[in-house]
Design a protein. Structure first.
Length: 129
């Protein structure tokens, strides 16, 4: 059995490390939970992006049908603006909830950076369109 603190080799029955006195029965449960949670968050984020991707495909399909049947361009611009705000709004809210409940600081910081990038991209999109 390897000591978690000093990496010294100990016998399998050892209760404490012969080198540093570390409790050998100790396992860091918080770290395991945090890893599980991080993986779960990653899956939620990926799943959510997949849903958003499908939403955009559906909107593009609808817009193509609309323009083919002679729909006006103001309507198309409005559709895209509403969809964009809906997409950004729901993404930011989801990321914010995950950032608040996250046990892992690296995950929390990544989510906050992602939120800021997303908001910045949305404003640059609005300014250029
Ligand atoms: Zn030790």
């Amino acid at each position: 059995m390897i000591c978690l603190r000093c990496n010294a080799e100990n016998s399998e029955e050892a209760k404490f490390c012969k080198n540093c006195g570390m409790d050998m029965s100790y396992t860091p449960p918080a770290k395991k939970d945090s890893l599980k949670q991080s993986v779960l968050f990653l899956l939620i984020v990926l799943g959510f992006h997949y849903v958003m991707f499908i939403m955009w495909e559906a909107i593009n399909f609808y817009v193509r049908k609309l323009t083919a049947s002679g729909g006006n361009s103001t309507e198309v611009v409005t559709i895209y603006k509403v969809a964009n705000w809906f997409g950004t709004g729901s993404t930011v809210i989801l990321m914010l909830i995950l950032a608040i409940i996250s046990k892992n600081n690296a995950v929390r910081i990544s989510l906050i950076i992602f939120i800021l990038i997303r908001i910045a991209l949305n404003f640059s999109y609005l300014l250029t369109s």
